[in-house]
Design a binder for this molecule. Structure first.
Ligand code: NAD
Ligand code: GLY
Length: 359
């Protein structure tokens, strides 16, 4: 077991990573003893991990909201179900929420915690690779709007993140790969060594060797903790964590939420951002090939779905990084280094989309 810290002054918190954490009694005592606890989970995760989590909570008053599964449930209506439970059980400001599940449950439960009585404590207990390496850390919470992905939300940091890497054993293969898209992202923006390591260790990672999964979660959390500590509210370098996401969110929207997994859309989006970086002369063709080969090796899509380029551009324009009508993109300067920029000829983006979508 290792503990990293997200350094945010009085709001600093630990990320605990290890095998068997859900069986380690006493781990949550500092946060939950004497408090009302609401576990937010879903119908797929509850039968797997709700019992062990409840065992960790001793004599606390514990209630549970079990949501339906899936990205399509990431709505204000679902958040309202969490509010209904909090109100029905008479929970006050001193209650604490525990989100048990993947990024969808974490984003919904976190947003409920950010808003209930203007903000209550919460703990993330992520059970997907994507959530352990990314979404459970950093305090972004929220839901989708019919007009765009994650358009409604709040920054609200958890009190603690508890990542039991054993929970990754039950994850579907496709979900494991989706999480690996975010891992590739961390390598591309900040750690060339992680890219080389993934190239040589892909098979062991896909076979879920425990040491390899531990390494992946640890390294990504180290990178994310440093970035969030430096730029909690995404005024600068935190935007690098969106590599591939402007393209990826447009893929999710154009394909229909839930058709593509978020991580799959990010993978194809990373490929588009990489191809665009090469097109602008920022990286070499050999770099693009390495990224394509790695994503394919990790069983991720490398091409976007075929949609109208104009529809795609319109979807990209809804991105939260758009400033004064300019689509700011995260582009690579090398494998392991990236920048956020709107400094590219707009016709180049139109040409890229035409080339990607008309074959
Ligand atoms: P998800 O939450 O839908 O989980 C994927 C699937 O795995 C679901 O069916 C889930 O029920 C199931 N599952 C969860 N844990 C399991 C386990 N241990 N064993 C078996 N099945 C399990 O998807 P995700 O990929 O975890 O997260 C994607 C979401 O995260 C998207 O909505 C995305 O926008 C969001 N996200 C948020 C941030 C952030 O910073 N807040 C960052 C990245 C992504
Ligand atoms: N996943 C992007 C961020 O947390 O900023």
């Amino acid at each position: 077991m290792i503990t990293l810290t997200v350094e945010l002054g009085a709001r600093s918190y630990p990320i605990v990573i290890g095998s068997g954490l859900l069986g380690s009694s006493g781990l949550l005592d500092p946060y939950v003893v004497g408090r009302d606890v609401l576990i937010v989970t879903n119908e797929l995760v509850a039968p797997l991990y709700l019992d062990p989590l409840q065992q960790l909570l001793g004599d606390c008053r514990v209630n549970t909201v079990t949501l339906p599964d899936g990205e399509s449930t990431k709505t204000l209506e679902t958040v309202n179900q969490v509010f209904d439970a909090l109100v029905a059980h008479g929970y006050g400001r001193d209650c604490i929420l525990l989100t048990l599940g993947g990024g969808v449950v974490g984003d919904i439960g976190g947003f409920a915690a950010a808003s209930y009585q203007r903000g209550v404590d919460f703990i993330q207990v992520p059970t997907t690779l994507l959530a352990q390496v990314d979404s459970a850390v950093g305090g972004k919470t929220g839901v989708n709007h019919p007009g765009g992905k994650n358009l409604i939300g709040a920054f609200h940091q958890p009190r603690c993140v508890l990542s039991d890497t054993d929970s990754l054993k039950t994850l579907a293969d496709r979900e494991l790969s989706a999480g690996l898209a975010e891992v590739v992202k961390y390598g591309l923006i900040a750690d060339a060594e992680l890219i080389s390591w993934l190239e040589s260790e892909a098979d062991a990672v896909l076979q879920r060797d425990p040491d390899h999964l531990h390494h992946v979660v640890r390294r990504c959390c180290e990178i994310k903790a440093a970035i969030v500590a430096a730029d909690e509210r995404e005024q600068g370098q935190r935007a690098l964590l969106n590599l591939g996401h402007t393209f990826g969110h447009a893929i999710e929207r154009c394909a229909g939420y839930g058709e593509w997994l978020h991580g799959e859309a990010v993978a194809a989006g990373i490929m588009m951002a990489t191809t665009f970086s090469e097109r602008l002369g920022r990286i070499e063709a050999a770099d693009t090939k390495r990224v394509r080969d790695l994503l394919a090796k990790l069983r991720l899509p490398v091409d976007p779905p075929q949609v109208d380029p104009r529809e795609f551009l319109a979807a990209m324009s809804l991105d939260k990084k758009v400033v004064a009508g300019e689509i700011r993109l995260v582009l690579l300067d090398a494998l392991g280094s990236a920048s956020v920029t709107a400094d590219y000829p707009s016709h180049e983006l139109v040409d890229l989309l035409s080339a990607q979508f008309i074959r």
